[in-house]
Design a protein around this ligand. Structure first.
Ligand SMILES: [Zn+2]
Length: 80
């Protein structure tokens, strides 16, 4: 069964501007060098497995594309 994932994050991931967004947040270098970890499962986030980005105030929370991790981010949004 395919889980329905929150549309906003997924759009961002597939948007060609994603890298620009991450550049402006200063996050891109940390993806390039593998030092950015999924907030949920703590595996390194790469350009291939980035699943969602959630901006909380001045902090960008990223997670990988595992269904559990996307659910984690979705929970953050709903509880904000
Ligand atoms: Zn994850």
């Amino acid at each position: 069964m395919v889980k329905k994932i929150d549309e906003i994050e997924i759009q961002a991931v597939h948007d060609r501007d994603l890298k620009n967004i991450l550049d402006s947040l200063g996050i891109s270098p940390r993806i390039d060098d593998g030092s950015l970890l999924c907030r949920s499962c703590l595996q390194p986030i790469s350009w291939d497995n980035i699943g969602a980005i959630y901006i909380l105030g001045e902090e960008a929370i990223l997670c990988c594309n595992l269904a559990d991790c996307l659910e984690f981010i979705k929970g953050l949004r709903e509880n904000a």
